[in-house]
Design a protein around this ligand. Structure first.
Ligand code: 13P
Length: 282
């Protein structure tokens, strides 16, 4: 079924975190949903504004909704890291089930005011909202998310933000960075515990999943993360598999583009399966 994060979190309570996977082209979508169906876990498909504009809002949403409605699992379509309120209103009007307003680079009161505006509009349309406090940093979809060094989320700011805005989910900065591929993040568990205790019902979101070790993923889920984002690993692997297939002996990709895309789509399914298993509580 097609869901927002509010209902998805409720139905997934006690079962772990929902995996949120960045979609870069439409071909990735069916493979990702199939992986979730085989494990019987919910899945959040998330796009940047750039991906939504590349595929087109209407065809992307229509296709995800059609796949979600006939799926055995809950599927959300979420707009990731968007600083443009008008673009978020468009995403909501067109049918995204969830959006993220990223005002983390703004002074906290401005971030709160803007997020509040998005929450008002989104909730009136049955759409959930994720906000961000602190700065996760790094680059996402080729766009530098924050040019300054990452900055930990201050628990008092997070509590103030959550109670003022009514956001359903909150991206917190506890040591991860977007796009960190080679080294692994050092997670501040003391801070996570403090945030969890302060935030109660607001779903905590871990960004920068590519740079998180399997052990840390599992521990973050045990400690109450509700949504975990993975992007770079999917994008990088898709490109690598296409390149390998193109140069592999005996493969004649020029007869059909599908020869190249099929193995890359299969790799998406494998990665989503590997991650989703880490996000599931035993
Ligand atoms: P990675 O690209 O580091 O996996 O992070 C994804 C993310 O947090 C999307 O917002």
């Amino acid at each position: 079924m097609y869901k927002n994060l509010i209902d998805m979190f409720k139905e997934n309570e006690g079962k772990g975190a929902a995996g949120a996977f960045n979609v870069h082209c439409f071909e990735m979508v069916p493979a990702m949903i199939k992986a979730a169906e085989e494990l019987n876990v919910p899945i959040i498909l998330q796009t940047s504004l750039g991906t939504a504009e590349y595929i087109g809002f209407a065809p992307l949403i229509a296709a995800v909704k059609a796949l979600a409605e006939k799926s055995s699992v809950n599927v959300a379509l979420h707009m990731d890291h968007c600083k443009d309120i008008e673009a978020l209103k468009k995403a909501i009007d067109c049918g995204y089930s969830s959006v993220m307003y990223d005002g983390s680079a703004l002074p906290i009161e401005e971030n709160i005011a803007n997020t509040k505006e998005v929450v008002g509009y989104a909730h009136a349309h049955g759409v959930s909202v994720e906000g961000e406090v602190g700065s996760i940093g790094g680059a996402e979809d080729g766009i530098v998310v924050d040019k300054d060094a990452a900055m930990y989320t201050r628990p008092e700011d997070a509590l103030h933000f959550a109670s003022e805005t009514g956001a359903d989910a909150l991206a917190v900065s506890i040591g991860t960075t977007h796009g960190q591929y080679k080294s692994k993040a050092k997670i501040n568990y003391e801070l996570l515990e403090e945030l969890k205790a302060k935030l109660g019902d607001t779903g905590l979101v871990l960004h920068g999943g590519t740079g998180v070790s399997d052990e840390d993923m599992k521990r973050c889920v045990r400690e109450g993360m509700k949504k975990i984002n993975v992007g770079t690993e999917l994008n990088k692997s898709y490109i690598e598999v296409v390149a390998e297939t193109f140069t592999a002996e005996g493969v004649t990709p020029l007869t059909s583009l599908r020869t190249l895309l099929g193995p890359a789509n299969d790799r998406m399914k494998e990665i989503v399966t590997e991650k989703a298993l880490l996000f599931k509580l035993d």
